[in-house]
Design a protein around this ligand. Sequence first.
Ligand SMILES: [Zn+2]
Length: 400
Amino acid sequence: MINRFVRRGAPTLALLPLLPLLLAGTAAAPPGSTPAARTPVQLLALNDLHGNLLPVDGAAGRITHRGPAIQAGGLPQMATLLDEARAGQRNSLTVAAGDMIGRSPLLSALFHDEPTVHALEQLGLTATSVGNHEFDEGPQELKRIVQGGCHPKDGCAPGDPYDGADFAYLAANVTERGSATPLLRPYTVRILPNGQKIGFIGLVTKNAPSAINASMVRDIEFHDEVPVIERYSRELTQQGVRAQVVLIHEGEAVHGQADGHCDDGGPGARLEGRIKDIAQKAAPAVDLIVSGHSHSSYECTVNDPEGRRRLVTQADSFGRSFTDLRFDLDLTGDVVRDSVRAQYRPVPVGTPQQPAMARLVDTWRARSEDVANQVVGHISADFAGRGSSHRSAGLGQPRP
Ligand SMILES: [Zn+2]
C-alpha cells in the first residue's frame, strides 16, 4: 500500500483556524495511525458480472491482456479476495457499474437472475448503476428485480419470497418517455462511521437502446450523460455531499499499452471513446469514475474541467477481476484527488472459495439442475459438436 501520509499537502487557508487542533491530532497519533485530518476510504468495484456466479469456462473466462493469461472468476473466489481486501479497512464500500444481470448462464437466468441479486447482496454490494442488459426483460421486470415480488409469468422462484435488491440500483439518465423523472433512483448517499458522506450517481450509456431489443425500451428514454451528471452532482453538493463518485455503464478498451494503466497527460497508453469524453467533461465535483460495458480492465487518469486529476477505472467482466480504489477524505468531506489510487485485482479460479458464497451458489445450482435435468424431448440423431465439419442447422431441420 502507498503511504498516504507523505502525500499530504499543506493545509489550505480555510483550515487555518483548525490548525492547532489538526497539528495536535497529528502529533498525538501513534505511528501508522491516521490523523483525524484525513479519513481513508476503500471502494471495491466490479462490473459486467452477467450473472456468472461460477467461473466462465474457456477463452471468455481468461484474462489475457495483463501479463500471463490466467483463468479467472467465480463469486465464491471473489468473495474471499474481497474479504481479504477489506481486512482492517474501517470505511470500505463495494460498488458496481452495471450489466450485473442479463445474458446470464442457466443457473441464474432460469430464475430471472434472482440468484445473482442474492449473491450480490451477500457479497456486500452497496450500489450499482444499471447497464444495458438490466433492460433485457424490459423496465417493468427491472423494477421487480429492484423492488421484489414473484415473476408475473413464471411465478415465485424456490426458497424465500423474492424481496428485491437491498443495494441501490441507480439509473440517473433513464426516464419514462416524455418524463424527467428517473425510472430508478438517480443517486445514493452512504454515511461513514465518522459521519462523512459519499454520493454515488449511477448512469448507463445513452447508446444503450442499440444493444437492447427495441420492444423492451419503447416506453423509456436514455439521456445524455454529462448534463445528467451535472444536475445530480449539483443536488449532492447542495446537500453537503462533497465526495462524489460516478458509476457508469460506458467504457472503452485502452489503446497503446498492455497493462491497463494509462495517463492522458503522459505518453503511451490512452483512453478513448465516449467514456473519455464523459470523464473529461463531467461536473468538477465528481472525484472519480467507475465504468463498465467494454469488459476490459483499466485504471486511467484524465483531467477534469478544472484541470484536476480524475481517475477512471474498469474491471474485467464475468467476475474475473475487481478494482481496489483507495482515497482520503479531507476535513470538509471532499476527496483528496492526489490520494486516489487504484489497484487491479484479478480473481484466479484457484482462489479458495468463501464458504458462505459457495453454499449460496450450490443451492441455486441444485435448484437449476432440478429444472435443467428434466427430459423435454428426444433427438433422432446426434448433433454434430465442436470440431465437426458440418455447418450448424436449426433444431428439426435437416443437416446441411
Ligand atoms: Zn454493457
